[in-house]
Design a protein around this ligand. Structure first.
Ligand code: SF4
Ligand code: MSK
Length: 672
C-alpha cells in the first residue's frame, strides 16, 4: 500500500505578513518553534468567496441560501433570490445589520458593565474605586439631566458630589432600558444633526431595544426592504456612538481619570526578560485599573524580587492597552494581530484577558509555553482546559487583582523556552481627548477650539481625519494604517486615532512631536511645532471613538466651519477593519455626517443596489457616506478630495492655496 505523506502546512512569509520588524521576527520565531499563528492560518485558509460579498443567508433552516453575483455582473433584471424569495439586497442588508447589532452590543454591554461599577461606587458598595475626576462628573451631569446646584434659602449652591454621582449612575443605567423617550446624549450633537435624525425617524429610544429590534427585523420573514433595515442600523449604531460608547468613555473618565498627554512606549520590545511580564488584553479597564495598582504596590514588587525578578512589567494589548496607557502611561505591547506573538516571546508570565478581540488560539499557544492564560469575565470564557478562570468582581476588585498578579509572579521561575523578546519599540505620546485638545489647541484662556478652527480656516491645517480600527490578517499588518496616516499628514491633515490604528501609529514611532518635522506638510508641521503636539493624536480605545464625535461637535461650536459635522473638512477611515464593532462605528460616523472609507472589503459587493444606497444615497440624508478603497494612497486621497470639497463649500479653499505658495511664488509676489 502506498504510504501517505503528511502535507507540510503552508506557512506565512514573515516579510509579506507585516511591515513591523518585531512582528516579522516573532513570526519567524514561531515557525522555528513549530507554533502556529494567525498569519499561518490566513495563508492556509482563504475567505469564502460568497460570504465576502455579503450574500449568504443562513437565517433559517431552508438555507443557507447563496446568491453569488454573476461573473460579468447583473445584466437586466436581478432575478437572484433565496428559497423564501429574499433578494440580494435583503440578504446583504440583514447581514450588515447583524454586524451593526454585534458591534453596538459589544460596545454598549461594555458600557453597561462600567455603569454598574459606577453605581456600586456611588452607592459606596465598592471601596477599591473612587471618583477620580469630579470636574468631569460635573460636566457630564447636565447631559443626563442631573442638576449640579440646588436652591437653599433662595440661593443656588453646589450640590453634594455623592448625590450627583448616584443620580448620574442611575440615569446612565436607565439609558439601556428605559421604556419611553429617546437617548439623552443625542442632544449633545449639533442641532441640525439632531434635527436630521428626528426627520428620518432614527432617534434611538434605548440602547438595548435598538439591538433587539435589529435581531427581530432580520429574523426570517420580517423586514424585507433594505432601506428600512438600514434605517434600523442607523438607530442602533447611533445608540452605540452617542449612547453606549459615549457613556462608557464618560463614566470611565470620571471613575479612572480623564486622560491627559503622557509619554510611554509601544511594541513587543516593552517586555523585559528580567521582569515578571503581565499582559492585559481586551477592552474593559475595570479590572486592568486594579491590576495597574496591584503591580505598582510595594507588596507585589517586593514579592516579585523574592522570586528573582527585578520587578514587574505590565503591558497591554488591544484596547485594554489603550485604556491603561492613556491614564497611567503603561506601555503597549501589541496590536490585535500580535497577541499570540506576545506569548511566543517565552517571557509572558501571565496574560489576563477580559472581553473582545481575544483569539481562542491563545490557549493553544499558551500550552507550548509556561504562560498562565487567565480569563476574568463571566461572559468570555474558553473551552481549553489550560485556561484559568478568575472571575473578577468589583466588590473585591483589589483582592482579585492581587491574586492574579501573585499568580504571574509565582510563574516567573517556570519559564521553559528560551526567551526571545524583539528589541523593537518606539516612544509614544498618548492620552489626548476632547479636553486636552481644547487645552493644547485652544488654550485655557480661550477654552475653546478657536485656534484649531483658525488654523483650518487659514489653511495651515487642511482638515481633520479620524483613522481608527483593527488589524486584519487578510491585509499586511499595519501597512494600510501607516501608509494612509503618513499620506494624510504629508498633506496637512491632522489625524485623530483610536484602537489598534493608534497602536500601529505608536509602534511605528509616529506619535511624537518630532514626526511633524519628518512627515508633515509645512502647514501642519508649523502648527504642531508651535503647540508641541504630534500630528497624530491618540484618543484612546474603540469606545473612545465617541471622543472623536464630541471633538467634531466642539469644532462646529467654535464657529467658522459650518453648522453641522457634515460641513467640516473632515473624513473617517478604518484601514484594516475586521470587527463587527468597526461596522457599527462606521455607520454612526456616516450617519453623524462623516465621509468614511474602509480599507478592506465591505460585505456588500454581491448587492450593488444596497451598496449604492450606502455609498451614495446616505449622503443626501446625513451628509456622510460609506466608501471602500483598498489602495492606501488612493484611500488617503479620497479622504483629502472630500476635505477639499468641503473647504470649497465653506469658501476657505483660497486660504489654503495661499498657504501652499512656494518660495518662487513668494519671490514673485515680492517683486510685484
Ligand atoms: Fe434562504 Fe430565506 Fe431562509 Fe435566508 S431566510 S436561509 S434566504 S430561505
Ligand atoms: S481592539 S476592535 S482589533 S481596533 Fe479595540 Fe483593535 Fe479592532 Fe479589537
Amino acid at each position: 500500500m502506498e504510504e501517505k505523506v503528511a502535507k507540510t502546512p503552508k506557512l506565512a512569509d514573515p516579510i509579506e505578513s507585516s511591515i513591523d520588524l518585531a512582528t516579522q521576527e516573532m513570526i519567524k520565531r514561531a515557525q522555528e518553534l513549530g507554533v502556529e499563528t494567525v498569519f499561518d492560518r490566513a495563508v492556509a485558509m482563504k475567505p469564502c468567496n460568497i460570504g465576502i460579498q455579503g450574500i449568504c443567508c443562513k437565517n433559517c433552516a431552508m438555507g443557507p441560501c447563496r446568491l453569488p453575483l454573476p461573473k460579468d455582473g447583473v445584466k437586466g433584471e436581478d432575478t437572484r433570490k433565496g428559497l423564501c424569495g429574499a433578494t440580494p439586497n435583503t440578504i446583504a442588508a440583514r447581514n450588515f445589520a447583524r454586524m451593526v447589532a454585534g458591534g453596538a452590543s459589544a460596545h454598549s454591554d461594555h458600557g453597561r458593565c462600567v455603569a454598574e461599577v459606577f453605581l456600586a461606587v456611588a452607592r459606596k458598595e465598592s471601596h477599591d474605586y473612587q471618583i477620580k475626576d469630579p470636574v468631569k462628573l460635573l460636566a457630564v451631569a447636565p447631559h443626563l439631566g442631573v442638576a449640579t446646584k440646588v436652591e437653599v434659602d433662595g440661593q443656588k449652591v453646589d450640590r453634594n458630589l455623592d448625590e450627583i454621582a448616584l443620580e448620574v449612575a442611575e440615569k446612565a443605567l436607565n439609558e439601556w432600558g428605559k421604556s419611553e423617550g429617546e437617548l439623552l446624549y443625542l442632544k449633545r450633537a449639533p442641532q441640525p444633526l439632531y434635527e436630521k435624525w428626528k426627520k428620518y425617524g432614527v432617534l434611538p429610544r434605548n440602547i438595548d431595544r435598538e439591538v433587539v429590534e435589529i435581531m427581530h427585523r432580520t429574523h426570517m420573514g420580517v423586514d424585507q426592504d433594505y432601506k428600512n433595515i438600514v434605517k434600523q442600523c442607523t438607530r442602533a449604531s447611533l445608540a452605540d456612538g452617542w449612547g453606549g460608547s459615549m457613556l462608557a468613555t464618560d463614566l470611565q473618565d470620571i471613575l479612572f481619570g480623564t486622560p491627559s498627554p503622557l509619554q510611554s512606549e509601544a511594541n513587543l520590545g516593552v517586555m523585559k526578560q528580567d521582569h515578571v511580564n503581565i499582559i492585559v488584553h481586551g477592552h474593559e479597564p475595570v479590572l486592568s485599573e486594579m491590576i495597574v495598582a496591584a503591580t505598582q504596590s510595594k507588596e507585589m514588587v517586593d514579592y516579585a524580587k523574592t522570586k528573582g525578578a527585578k520587578g514587574i512589567q505590565l503591558a497591554g494589548i488591544c484596547c485594554t492597552a489603550n485604556e491603561i496607557l492613556q491614564r497611567h502611561g503603561i506601555p503597549t505591547a501589541a496590536t490585535f494581530l500580535q497577541q499570540e506573538l506576545a506569548i511566543i516571546t517565552g517571557a509572558c508570565d501571565a496574560m489576563v484577558v477580559d472581553i473582545q478581540c481575544i483569539f481562542q488560539n491563545l490557549a493553544n499557544v499558551a500550552k507550548c509555553f509556561h504562560t498562565k492564560l487567565i480569563t476574568t469575565h463571566p461572559i468570555a470564557r474558553m473551552e481549553q482546559n489550560n485556561v484559568i478562570h478568575i472571575e473578577f468582581n468589583e466588590h473585591h476588585a483589589m483582592e482579585d487583582a492581587k491574586r492574579i498578579v501573585k499568580m504571574a509572579i509565582d510563574n516567573f521561575q517556570n519559564r521553559k523556552a528560551e526567551v526571545m523578546i524583539p528589541r523593537h519599540k518606539a516612544t509614544q505620546i498618548a492620552g489626548f481627548g476632547v479636553e486636552s485638545i481644547e487645552y493644547h489647541l485652544g488654550g485655557t484662556f480661550r477654552g475653546s477650539y478657536y485656534t484649531l478652527n483658525d488654523n483650518i480656516i487659514n489653511g495651515r491645517i487642511r482638515g481633520i481625519a479620524g483613522v481608527v480600527g483593527c488589524n486584519n490578517a487578510r491585509t499586511k499588518h499595519n501597512e494600510q494604517h501607516i501608509t494612509i496616516i503618513k499620506e494624510l499628514i504629508k498633506n496637512d491633515v491632522i489625524v485623530l486615532t483610536t484602537g489598534c490604528s493608534a497602536i500601529a501609529a505608536a509602534m511605528h514611532g509616529l506619535l511624537t512631536p518630532e514626526t511633524a518635522q519628518v512627515y508633515c506638510g509645512p502647514g501642519l508641521a508649523e502648527v504642531c511645532e508651535t503647540v508641541g503636539i504630534p500630528p497624530i493624536l491618540h484618543l484612546g480605545s474603540c469606545v473612545d471613538n465617541s471622543r472623536i464625535l464630541l471633538a467634531a461637535t466642539e469644532v462646529v461650536k467654535a464657529g467658522g466651519l459650518g453648522k453641522d459635522i457634515c460641513d467640516l473638512p473632515a473624513a473617517g477611515s478604518a484601514p484594516e477593519w475586521m470587527s463587527e464593532k468597526a461596522i457599527s462605528i462606521g455607520h454612526y460616523f456616516v450617519t453623524s455626517g462623516v465621509y468614511t472609507v474602509f480599507g478592506y472589503h465591505l460585505p456588500l459587493d454581491g448587492a450593488p443596489v444596497l451598496q449604492d444606497y450606502l455609498y451614495k444615497d446616505m449622503q443626501k440624508m446625513y451628509g456622510g457616506m460609506w466608501d471602500c478603497e483598498e489602495d492606501p494612497v488612493k484611500h488617503a486621497h479620497k479622504m483629502i478630495a472630500h476635505i477639499d470639497r468641503k473647504r470649497k463649500e465653506l469658501g476657505i479653499d483660497k486660504a489654503r492655496e495661499r498657504v501652499l505658495m512656494d518660495m518662487a511664488d513668494r519671490q514673485k509676489l515680492e517683486m510685484m
